[in-house]
Design a protein around this ligand. Structure first.
Ligand code: C2O
Ligand code: CU
Length: 597
């Protein structure tokens, strides 16, 4: 990482720095942080297989970006791969900076092979662990890394001895571009070859008896470590334990939480966690294990996924038998979804004094049913369903499945919005007016958590027919929006980590079975709800969120399971400009990529 002095930075930076200096003379001034990300293909060998993977700077996981709150950050992306690339800064609120959000054809034209782009990022008002990843179907399995924002002043807890990023990911022997094609074709049987922790498969995997490398965390007795965890896996929520140790959870999605102690963490794709661990066990070696959760049968099963790392106490600290194998934690069952439900239910905000209050009521309320459906192949109007090859399985929100605008459309939605707002629509592709409005609620209500709908067949077939469209919902600047996500047992009962770009959401409540407004609104936590950019909607249940739509732009909202988003569990939220210059989207950067040149 290169840090440049104040002298090299621009006026804007100088102002930020002056404000920081005025606030507390002892605090380090904001700096300009710059990175260069060279995206290229590289051969890597695991499990006896050589695979071509797309990576940043030759690393998997990619480089961690480490900044202090309020710094100015730019990342120069140089695309030396044969793929169209965009990079998304997952969880950064990017106030008035939607241009740098990195969603192909939603916010920008992709960076084509042999092209470059500089992302200028806004890291003001957020502290904690976030991450970055390619927003390209499949490829984010190998194009991702941590994005760490340290406080400019102090942590709200004693400073840990050391901070350790823990990136949970997957190793795919399958070519990831091929995976993306398969998913779009409604072929959903692919699974990863291994779970990884910081890119390492660990000793549960081997090639002809030679075990794979595993991550080793060296600790000193009595010291406190802060694990900065993120789940970059395409497919699974993970349960994480360290034998003989407990975690104190202090942050989630770059928001502090009221600290709580637990022996198991649950982290869905897209989520991040900050957890303190004290090296207080008898000196020795202990496994840290991550096991992938999945819904039980009759849901379709994939092989259990699991990886492990070792926590190792310093030699000579009385750790006795060096040859003794590490202690193994007792892991929850992969089907025990209550681990996740309880963990997420434990999240709350610490004292919110000084932060904006939770809005007491909403201006608009949506009830969004998350479920599978199908469309007929080749644009036909009728076809066989229930997994027949005549139909393609898709994921939906209120029974419409998202379709990204084609790159051939030439104008990303955000540019349409920007020029429409100025009475200057480019009219290419018809602009935003042609978007399909995400309905407030499903047209056809049913018993969403009826277990009889899980097996593919006659019970669910009548609910399958759905459609594809570029689904959007437009909000006036400042609208307080409530969304109840209801998970339906339609052909599967996966949970859904629903991620909103550009905003954090208050998670007001979660529950089992069907949401019932009369009963459940009374249970909303409007006092100290956690703030999340990704809300895990429990299987066979629901979650209610509230957010303020005050960041103008076009923001993607989608499930963070790669299969689900690539087959349509997504929408865009179009947020209008506010009344002042300070609440309106500024013009695109001068070097913004064009689609066709
Ligand atoms: Cu990490 Cu649109 O997602
Ligand atoms: Cu999903």
């Amino acid at each position: 990482m290169a840090k440049f002095s104040m002298a090299a930075s621009n006026l804007c930076m100088a102002i930020v720095a002056l404000v920081a200096v005025a606030a507390a003379a002892v605090v380090e001034a904001a700096t300009a942080v710059e990175h260069t990300f060279v995206v290229s293909e590289m051969k890597m060998t695991h499990l006896c297989n050589e695979t071509l993977v797309t990576v940043v700077n030759g690393q998997l996981p990619g480089p961690a970006i480490e900044v202090t709150e309020g710094d100015s950050v730019s990342v120069h992306v140089v695309n030396k791969s044969p793929h169209n690339i965009t990079i998304h800064w997952h969880g950064l609120k990017q106030r008035l900076n939607c241009w740098a959000d990195g969603v192909p054809m939603v916010t920008q034209c992709p960076i084509r092979p042999a092209h470059n782009m500089t992302y200028r990022l806004n890291v003001t008002g957020q502290e904690g662990t976030l991450w970055w990843h390619a927003h390209v179907s499949g490829l984010r399995a190998s194009l991702h890394g941590a994005f760490i924002i340290r406080p400019r002043h102090a942590y709200p807890f004693p400073k840990p001895h050391k901070e350790i990023p823990i990136v949970i990911g997957e190793w795919w022997s399958l070519n990831l571009a091929q995976l993306a094609k398969n998913m779009e074709d409604g072929y959903y049987d692919d699974s990863s070859s291994a779970t990884t922790i910081n890119g390492k498969l660990g000793d549960l995997y081997n090639c002809s008896g030679v075990v794979e490398d595993g991550l080793v965390l060296d600790v000193e007795p009595g010291k406190t470590y802060m694990l900065r965890l993120l789940n970059a896996a395409l497919y699974s929520e993970y349960y994480v334990k360290i034998a003989g140790h407990e975690f104190t959870v202090v942050g989630a999605d770059a928001n502090y939480v009221r600290p709580f102690t637990t022996d198991v963490l649950a982290i869905g794709p897209g989520e991040t966690l900050d957890a303190l661990v004290v090296a207080s066990a008898t000196p020795g070696k202990y496994y840290m294990v991550a096991v992938g959760g999945q819904a039980p049968k009759p849901d379709i099963q994939i092989p259990e996924t699991r990886s492990r790392a070792t926590v190792r106490y310093a030699i000579g600290a009385g750790n006795g038998d060096e040859a003794a194998p590490p202690v193994v934690p007792e892991m929850p069952d992969q089907h025990d979804f209550m681990v996740s439900f309880n963990f997420h239910g434990n999240l709350s905000s610490p004292n919110r004094t000084g932060s904006p209050p939770v809005p007491a009521t909403a201006d608009e309320s949506l009830f969004v049913v998350l479920r599978m459906g199908s469309i007929c192949r080749g644009g036909r109007l009728s076809c066989k369903r229930s997994g027949s090859k005549e139909s393609i399985i898709v994921e939906t929100m209120n029974n419409v499945s998202f379709q990204l605008p084609a790159a051939a459309a030439a104008t990303p939605l955000l540019e349409e919005l920007y020029y429409d707002n100025r009475g200057n629509g480019t009219t290419v592709g018809g602009g935003l007016d042609e978007l399909y409005t995400l309905p407030d609620r499903p047209a056809k209500p049913f018993n969403y958590t009826d277990r009889a709908l899980i097996p593919w067949g006659p019970n669910e077939a009548w609910l399958e027919p759905t459609e594809k469209a570029t689904v959007a919902r437009r909000f006036r600047h400042g609208t307080v929006v409530d969304i109840v996500f209801q998970n339906a047992a339609m052909m599967d009962t996966d949970n859904h980590p629903m991620h909103l770009h550009g905003h954090d959401m208050f998670v007001l409540a979660q529950g089992h079975d069907n949401y019932d407004a009369v009963r459940d609104v009374a249970r909303y936590n409007v006092v100290d709800p956690p703030l999340k950019n990704t809300v895990l909607v429990p299987r066979l249940g629901w979650a209610a969120v509230r957010f303020v739509a005050d960041n103008p732009g076009v923001w993607y909202m989608h499930c963070h399971y790669e299969l689900h988003v690539s087959i349509g569990m997504a929408a865009v939220f179009v947020i209008e400009d506010g009344p002042t210059l300070e609440s309106a989207l500024p013009p695109p950067p001068l070097d913004f990529p064009k689609c066709n040149q």
